[in-house]
Write a protein that binds this ligand. Sequence first.
Ligand code: ADP
Length: 259
Amino acid sequence: AQPQPQKKETGTGAAEIRHIIAVASGKGGVGKSTTAVNLALALKSLGLAVGMMDADVFGPSQPRMMGISGRPASDDGKTLEPMENFGVKSMSMGFLVAEDQPVVWRGPMVMGALQQMLNDVNWGPLDVLVVDMPPGTGDAQLSMSQNVPLAGAVIVSTPQDIALLDARKGLNMFKKVDVPVLGLIENMSYFLCPKCGEQSDIFGHGGARDEAERIGADFLGEIPLHMDIRTTSDGGNPIVVSDPESAHAKAYMAIAEKV
Ligand code: ADP
């Protein structure tokens, strides 16, 4: 990660964080959280002090993907200790509500929760905080990008037109609020048959690379649709840590080096 100037002052919890990077997508289900978690773990493997904040308040997936359960401790009744696994600190709404309970909140409460996750968590010194953003370009996304001193945003998209269209909206939102777009990642870029290794372009292929070129953003890399990526992250043992020598882990590492 290249040093980036931070735009705004932050509260105490975030005071010692050097760079905050948002991982965003225009729509849900494109693999934003999977990418965010593997990217955070890859940044950790590069020797950085890394934290992850799950801003996907309505669909928190970090506890499961990071293999963390339990509740965060609070020594002073005001601030929370982040949870930790694989050497990466983590905070998510998912640690505070039961897994099968919905968060039924209006916008201002969501914003309050996000601010607290940033400022009232004892993150300690971090090189990078990876923020797993909620999908889309609603209230929470806009306020996050305006109120949080983001060093930049990474956009995750699948290759097909419809996902790219939404990704473009996300990208324009960050542009409007002067958050640098660090680049695009194409997830589910192609399907690799686990039996025969043949490649099928289920959602098309290369759309995100073309889009990045079109808008003058960096293309950070492509990740195939592969069973091992799903099973490892569903199992709380993401591929970057469970199989660091695999081609997939190396692809995430290569992306981390560019971010
Ligand atoms: P989002 O955060 O965009 O909603 P998720 O990261 O939760 O998406 O991914 C949705 C589902 O797709 C999860 O079950 C995840 O394991 C799976 N998935 C994501 N990326 C891949 C991939 N490259 N290969 C296989 N499965 C994937």
